[in-house]
Ligand binder design. Structure first.
Ligand code: MN
Ligand code: MN
Ligand code: ZN
Length: 305
């Protein structure tokens, strides 16, 4: 299994963190003021790992990362000991789109995302498979495979693994069945550079039961049969405002949704995910740091010591 190969911090703070038992927990952090600021924000609230957008997630354009920004980022990465940092693609990207113009634009933007992740030595870039907007699931999957082939070919040798995220299945979104992700991954030539990100809210909304040890194990066994658990590189921990199988993507604070506290215990204590980054994408509210701290505290209270 591939571990974290680069730039492990030698700082005392981080050494303490690395030796702590239990999963690597963190949250999605804002990059307001620069990508390096996300690390400081994460460190302040006790994240072992964080997720960021490397650019504005609602715009196509991005001004290039400056040498200085990249340097400061690496310094903060080392001093905070936060590892890994994972990146998430911008929301406008849809490489399942049957519209030629949007597909091409998405492909270009996706390439920029991979290059930015590489510049920041980010090992995992999370993507949504996308929406087929009426063209059909098989058609959508074919386009995603094609896009991944192009992107991976044009970034040959880059140490960035693209992670397909499971989705709730809103509208014509792909990725709400494990089979979709398996078909995409298996269709790609450089599939060793394609992993998976499991989002608890999304799989639950898609109809996969995870509440209770038995149901959780059953869902994981199914995942293992269809995709392979070894391809899980990241986990998003979100409770769900909506019920099992609702196909609606609404995140809730941990323990305050339909998954509930007990629904998170099996995953948090799963030895197979011991070294997998687990990231909150729960509502931030008025005071993001306080909200994230609270949710992290709840998660840590569920970890068996
Ligand atoms: Mn996502
Ligand atoms: Mn997610
Ligand atoms: Zn979501």
């Amino acid at each position: 299994m591939r571990r974290w190969p680069v730039r492990r911090s030698k700082g005392t703070l981080s050494r303490k963190r690395f030796s702590r038992a239990g999963p690597r927990l963190g949250a999605h952090m804002s990059i307001a003021g620069g990508v390096d600021k996300a690390l400081l924000r994460g460190h302040q609230i006790g994240c072992d790992t964080i997720q960021i957008f490397t650019k504005n997630n609602n715009q196509w354009r991005a001004k290039p990362l400056t040498v200085r920004e990249i340097k400061t980022y690496h310094q903060h990465r080392a001093t905070t000991g936060i590892w890994p940092v994972v990146a998430h693609n911008g929301y406008l990207i849809n490489v399942a789109s049957p519209q030629r113009a949007l597909y091409k634009k998405s492909l270009e933007a996706f390439l920029v995302e991979v290059r930015r992740a590489a510049a920041l030595e980010i090992p995992y870039l999370i993507m949504h498979p996308g929406a087929h907007v009426g063209a059909g699931e098989a058609d959508g999957i074919k386009r995603v495979v094609n896009a991944l082939d192009v992107v991976l070919d044009r970034t040959k040798g880059f140490p960035v693994v693209i992670c397909l995220e499971t989705t709730a299945g809103q509208g014509s979104s792909l990725g709400y069945r494990f089979e979709h992700l398996a078909a995409i991954r298996e269709g790609v030539a450089q599939r060793e550079r394609v992993g998976v990100c499991v989002d608890t809210c999304h799989i639950f909304a898609a109809g996969y039961e995870i509440r209770g040890r038995k149901a959780y194990e059953q869902t994981m066994r199914h995942f293992d049969d269809v995709i392979g658990l070894k391809h899980v590189k990241c986990i998003h921990l979100n409770d769900s405002q909506r019920e099992l199988g609702s196909r609606v993507d609404r995140h809730a604070h941990i323990g305050q949704g339909h998954i509930g506290l007990e629904g998170f215990r099996p995953c948090l204590n799963d030895p197979r995910f011991r070294h997998i980054p687990m990231i909150l994408e729960t509502p931030k509210g008025e005071d993001p740091a306080a909200a994230d701290r609270r949710n992290l505290g709840v998660l840590r209270s569920l970890v068996r010591r």
